[in-house]
Design a protein around this ligand. Sequence first.
Ligand SMILES: C[S@@+](CC[C@H](N)C(=O)[O-])C[C@H]1O[C@@H](n2cnc3c(N)ncnc32)[C@H](O)[C@@H]1O
Length: 281
Amino acid sequence: MSAGNEMPERGDQPLKKEIKHFTTMAREAWDEVNPRHQSYKKKSGHKKKFLRKNYHTLPAPLHEAFLDYGLEGRSVLHLCCNDGEELVSLKKLNAGRCVGVDISSSAIHSARVLAAGLHLDATFEVADVYDLPDAAYGRFDYVLLTVGALCWLPDLKAFFATATSQLKDGGHLVIMEQHPFSAIVEDDMKVSETFGYFDKTPYEEAGDLDYLGKEAYEGKTCYTFHHTLADIFSALLENKLQLSRFEEHPDDLSNLKRELERAPQTFPLSYLLVATLNIPT
Ligand SMILES: C[S@@+](CC[C@H](N)C(=O)[O-])C[C@H]1O[C@@H](n2cnc3c(N)ncnc32)[C@H](O)[C@@H]1O
């Protein structure tokens, strides 16, 4: 990540037009990187491994949470699902109705191919999460968000409102993400001199998003957003979601902080959050 100096400081509530500006750039960047990710997954043997019946890509704390809260037959809406691996993993583990949404048509094409290749019934739709109406595809037992998704969302409160409006009463919002603290610690374990934990300036990504094959290319300009733990908890409270599980973990799920994962002193590099919608009667 590098600081996007030309961009103005963000106010508390980005305008709809401003949100669209950022999500359009994100779409183009993700459309551009997806073929690279797919070819890396093919070459590295990952795609072949994924075909195995019991193989899945859920991090252990997320898998455990679904087992604890119950997965068999339960419906899942995965927002910002990319190429669908995590949702297809849940389907392999006997989830009920599964719908994945992503802004990148290239990623959604890959997700459909993945599910069809395994003869699994999961639906994938191209959409900007900020454009989803209430109960866009019905109401779900779970709304899921996984690693590397929240940083693409300029307005957390608006996103949580949309996510909540897809849940059944008693349903759960489940987030397994990079820990916001990890963003300010560099690989050499020094605190970043360019990026502060409370920094609200949109960050211009270096241009290439190939965190898998690490191919360097002249990528499209796009921006990410840093949300603190307080931003996340405030967005939950505003949407009347009740926190029911919160865990911090020393595991890097992003493939970007491997050095820190191996450090003698452990850092919080990821977290799992479950929040429940209880509509008062
Ligand atoms: C790092 S992936 C996260 C998914 C998954 N954990 C993974 O690692 O493949 C981020 C995804 O968010 C999607 N995304 C970003 N902004 C979005 C938006 N406004 N609406 C829907 N999807 C969005 C991108 O297209 C990308 O596929």
